[in-house]
Design a protein around this ligand. Structure first.
Ligand code: 2AM
Length: 179
């Protein structure tokens, strides 16, 4: 039996994906930053928090990536986004939490551990939880106070990203509820 050739690799990442009302709250925070910093706003429907970025993965390996997430059993947790800020090195402006709950770190560690055990490569720079609101931004301040945005995180998702001239298009492939 000859092996079926793999189709085009998919660019994958695990993420937390806010409901539309919450994407709207982040988008409004992005508008505040946009007035101060310019740049390119993240489209409302694209707003998310990346947990682990895998990059291109052969479609034939997708079920193995999903199996990593199937193993994870972690509790629902909440995040309080109380900071807006800007990184000069990559010109990204973002929303973030001043305190990162243990549950979020546990989720990221579990994904990283499972992916490593399965032999997948992922971006293993230190996890800095943030929601990207602007790219190519030039802000004067690196940190701003903001109206807090609360997010009760009930699930995480696997996302496929395709790059287009108008920016990335994201497809949610699968959702795993937290308990
Ligand atoms: P960012 O928002 O900080 O740019 C999809 O590209 C998502 O994966 C983005 O949210 C992006 O984070 C994140 N990401 C993490 N590492 C990446 C990498 N090496 N290349 C592209 N995106 C990456």
């Amino acid at each position: 039996m000859s092996a079926q050739p793999d189709s085009e690799p998919q660019r994958l990442f695990f993420a937390l994906w806010p409901e539309p009302a919450l994407q709207q709250s982040f988008f409004e925070a992005g508008n505040i930053l946009f007035k101060l910093c310019g740049g390119r706003r993240t489209r409302r429907e694209n707003i998310h928090l990346t947990l682990a970025f895998l990059g291109p993965v052969d479609t034939g390996q997708l079920s193995r990536v999903q199996a990593v997430a199937d193993q994870i059993q972690l509790p629902i947790f909440s995040l309080q986004f109380d900071r807006l800020g800007w990184w000069r090195h990559n010109q990204v402006a973002w929303a973030a939490t001043s305190e990162t709950p243990r549950a979020l770190l546990d989720l990221v560690k579990s994904l990283q551990l499972g992916l490593s055990q399965e032999g997948f490569k992922f971006d293993d720079r230190r996890f800095a939880p943030h929601v990207t609101l602007l790219r190519k931004a030039q802000c004067r301040e690196s940190l701003l106070d903001s109206e807090p945005v609360s997010w009760e995180v009930r699930a995480f998702v696997l996302v496929s990203s395709t790059l287009h001239p108008d920016g990335p298009h994201y497809t949610l492939l699968k959702r795993w509820p937290l308990a």
